[in-house]
Design a binder for this molecule. Structure first.
Ligand SMILES: [Zn+2]
Ligand SMILES: [Zn+2]
Length: 148
């Protein structure tokens, strides 16, 4: 990249905003804008500065709006996250509760079934004992009859 030094002309001393090379009334420049590097007269510089300030205020407002919007979205996301976590917790609490109830009912059912089975075994044992005892009595009686 080459650099060609520019030889200052008489136009450089005139306002680049309102004075063209053909204009009859040329105003002298007394300020240079740091933003666009234009040399301007007082009026043009004042107008230009006001315009930039206005743009800056608009950008500041827009920035504030975006910041507020971003904060709102972040707050909403935070609330939504809490809501989702609450829903997951509640669903799991319900499922755990259902499982605990099912476990209790299953254990009760098993106990009940084993209890019934035990009662049946006990009753059958007594019936058998009774019948054995009863037939043995008859048997003994029978033999007693033949002995005499
Ligand atoms: Zn001017
Ligand atoms: Zn400027």
């Amino acid at each position: 990249m080459s650099y060609h030094p520019r030889i200052p002309s008489l136009d450089d001393h005139h306002c680049q905003a309102c004075s063209s090379p053909t204009s009859k009334e040329k105003r002298l420049s007394c300020f240079t804008c740091d933003h666009c590097h234009l040399s301007m007269c007082y009026d043009c510089f004042d107008k230009h500065t006001k315009h930039l300030m206005n743009e800056f205020t608009q950008l500041q407002k827009r920035f504030l709006q975006l910041t507020n919007l971003f904060d709102d979205k972040r707050r909403f996301l935070g609330q939504f996250q809490e809501h989702c976590i609450r829903s997951v917790n509640s669903a799991f609490d319900e499922a755990v509760n259902d499982l605990q109830n099912l476990r209790r009912e299953s254990i009760d059912y098993v106990r009940h079934q084993f209890n019934d089975a035990e009662v049946n075994i006990y009753e059958n044992k007594h019936k058998k004992m009774k019948s054995i005892f009863f037939s043995r009595q008859l048997y003994q009686k029978y033999w007693q009859m033949f002995d005499h």
